[in-house]
Design a binder for this molecule. Structure first.
Ligand SMILES: C[S@@+](CC[C@H](N)C(=O)[O-])C[C@H]1O[C@@H](n2cnc3c(N)ncnc32)[C@H](O)[C@@H]1O
Length: 299
């Protein structure tokens, strides 16, 4: 893997600044209630993410990193910079810093087992021409979810049909999307994977990449990553067979959840499946899905 990673992989994490780097100021600025509400309104307006005042410390900690990196000394100054930036890049950086990206391989494994045991045998019997099956990991974070989808397909689907499968994976956060595209993970993150998947679908890093593994090219090439903010309009030329939107809508208010669920409904083909996270529910929102089992719905 060392050869692959020389140019386009992240540098392994390190603890202390290198010689010549500017040391970060030790003092972290205060975030007043007024400033917190300004930021939380802006974040809600642009990303749909709801932040109650209980999240003030979290917001302060996450934004402090940007302030330090830019050498800005107050939240008020930083807010003014974001508002004044015509390019929109400051807002993208703010949303990158604020979104929660927790994820893992084989997370909520029942969904992948359902896919392998209930859906894929039916797909195998259908003779579809390309483009055939389309899956979307909506809110994919650093890639563990769409790569688990790809590995599930590689594990169970006939090799001659794999070329007809497209897995799209989107996220708001540009930082996690860059990690996802590289597909490099600390070995400890692979421990949740079943059976011999670690050996079959990953290359172990050597030398400076000791302790890391990279998703093999045949898995990476099955997934197309792109940035998408669910608060902006979206449309696709073809309908999806499966949409995963797991552990994303918990951050939104009911109005945005309902809007998004209905847009996903529109993007699925009739009979297509919609998966949400185990701590989420469609109970309080109006939608047109049929219930299959907890967290699994069908158009
Ligand atoms: C907790 S992660 C879930 C990752 C994965 N689906 C899983 O269940 O493991 C939530 C993801 O939703 C993304 N997200 C939050 N708000 C979003 C928005 N408005 N549009 C698109 N993605 C968003 C975040 O950047 C984050 O990566």
């Amino acid at each position: 893997m060392a050869a692959h990673c020389a140019s386009n992989c992240p540098t392994p994490p390190r603890d202390s600044p290198r010689f010549g780097e500017v040391p970060l100021p030790a003092v972290t600025p205060d975030l007043s209630d007024r400033e917190f509400y300004q930021f939380s309104r802006l974040i809600h307006q642009h990303a749909g993410i709801q932040l109650s005042v209980q999240k003030k410390e979290l917001v302060r900690a996450r934004l402090t990193k940007i302030l330090k990196a830019r050498g800005v000394t107050s939240f008020a100054d930083y807010y003014r910079e974001v508002m004044a930036d015509q390019s929109g890049l400051e807002l993208v950086a703010l949303l990158d810093a604020i979104s929660t990206n927790q994820t893992s391989f084989w997370r909520e494994a029942g969904h992948f087992i359902f896919l392998a045991q209930e859906l894929l045998p039916g797909w195998r019997r259908q003779r579809r021409g390309p483009p055939a099956w389309k899956l979307w990991s909506a809110g994919c974070s650093s890639g563990e979810e769409p790569y688990t989808l790809a590995m599930t397909l590689l594990d169970t689907f006939p090799a001659e049909d794999l070329g007809k499968v497209r897995i799209l994976a989107s996220d708001l956060n540009t930082r996690v999307l860059a990690q996802a595209r590289q597909g490099v993970y600390p070995l400890a993150r692979l421990e949740s994977l079943p059976g011999d998947w670690r050996r079959r679908y990953f290359q172990k890093g050597v030398q400076r990449w000791e302790g890391y593994a990279r998703v093999k090219p045949e898995v990476r090439q099955m997934v197309e990553f792109f940035r998408l903010n669910f608060m902006e309009p979206f449309a696709f030329p073809e309908e999806f067979d499966v949409i995963f939107c797991r552990n994303v809508m918990i951050y939104f208010d009911r109005v945005h959840q309902e809007m998004l669920v209905n847009r996903f409904h529109h993007c699925l083909r009739p009979g297509g499946y919609f998966f949400i996270g185990h701590s989420e529910s469609l109970c309080n929102i109006e939608h047109r899905f049929s219930y299959v089992k907890p967290t699994i719905y069908r158009k």
